[in-house]
Design a protein around this ligand. Structure first.
Ligand code: PMV
Length: 326
């Protein structure tokens, strides 16, 4: 029997980087979904196939007991999720695992989505009936196994979906009842890597603890005010807060010229506010706007790619499986 689960990507709205240090953030799930299909196969080999790996003619096959040990870069998150599930429930078996989804994720959280979908699919395959909180815990542990760092905001969005007020490790996880989010997402190009940027900000924090600590406290205030604005649908206020948040990220040194171009273009086209989203160094910005088409056109004219996915998307979903199309 095969099981397929899918999970969404994420857009970090407010609180970027400060969330790593125990401050809250706001995140919304983005409907760029990643799928993972799992089935038990005879023997004790785990076979992981990803579309990207398959294009290069490669797949990862390894004994079940060795999953999570020195994983290949491309399959690391799936493998870490499998290892977590095996270890936790002491069930080791041969598996065939196949992932599906867009090769270009725009930095919107393909790793966390694939990890969450793998946990969701294995939860169904092993008939574990784990609550979402437990699936989050396992998926977050798997992500930490691979990258060693991270607040888990992306995993929370992938598992729970919707729009969340989130504190590291799921210490606080509040689902916010929002509906239409009037945001336009613009992609500025690939970035150098989250872990590098987190490490860079960490080094600055060590050199300037009082000032950077104060900036994180400000981001905390921005997130709390942003939550109220989001719940009230006060987009003017949310736009102000996005601009303030962006200024702090710029001061932390994670802004880029390409992101700036898109952000300035969106503001000039009438957006309430605009900011980079996430670690910085590239990837996406977003703008808050009534005239989304005009702001989108300005982002495109400034060299960005408008990313059309729906926000506030559902979390882990079990998908109907079709034997002929994994
Ligand atoms: O750019 P992303 O999507 O990798 O976001 C990273 C967000 C950080 O706050 C910088 C790190 C984290 O794990 O919260």
């Amino acid at each position: 029997m095969r099981f397929t689960a899918s999970a969404p990507g994420k857009l970090l709205l407010l609180g970027d980087h400060a969330v790593v240090y125990g401050h809250p953030c706001l995140v919304t799930a983005v409907d760029i979904r990643y799928r993972v299909t799992v089935e038990i196969i005879p023997g004790d080999l785990v076979e992981i196939i990803t579309p990207e790996l398959r294009a290069r003619g490669a797949a990862r096959r390894l004994p079940a007991a060795d999953t999570g040990v020195a994983p290949l870069r491309e399959t690391a998150f799936v493998e870490a999720a499998v290892a977590q599930m095996f270890r936790q429930y002491n069930a080791y078996t041969g598996l065939r695992i196949q992932t599906g989804g867009q090769p270009l994720s725009y930095g919107l959280g393909s790793s966390s989505a694939v990890t969450a979908a793998a946990v969701g699919a294995l939860n169904a395959l092993f008939a574990l009936n784990l609550p979402l909180e437990e699936q989050f815990r396992l998926a977050y542990a798997a992500v930490l196994d691979v990258q060693g760092k991270g607040s888990g905001f992306d995993v929370a969005a992938a598992v729970f979906g919707g729009t969340l007020y989130y504190v590291r490790g799921g210490e606080r996880l509040e689902a916010l009842p929002v509906h239409d989010l009037p945001f336009v997402i613009g992609y500025s190009g690939a970035k150098v890597g989250t872990v590098n940027l987190v490490t860079m900000v960490e080094a600055l924090y060590q050199r300037q603890p009082a000032i950077v600590g104060g900036m994180f406290d400000l981001l905390h205030q921005i997130v709390d005010a942003g939550k109220a604005a989001l719940l009230a649908g006060d987009w003017q206020a949310f736009g102000d807060l996005a601009n303030l948040n962006h200024g702090i990220l710029d001061s932390l040194g994670v802004n880029t010229l390409s992101l700036s171009r898109l952000i300035e273009a969106a503001r000039a086209a009438g957006a309430y506010g605009a900011k980079l989203s996430g670690a910085g160094g590239g990837d996406c910005m977003f703008a808050i706007a009534d005239e989304r088409a005009a702001v989108g056109a300005a982002i495109t004219a400034a060299g960005g790619v408008v990313v059309p996915f729906v926000l506030n998307a559902p979390g882990i979903c079990l998908e109907p499986d079709h034997e002929d199309e994994p």
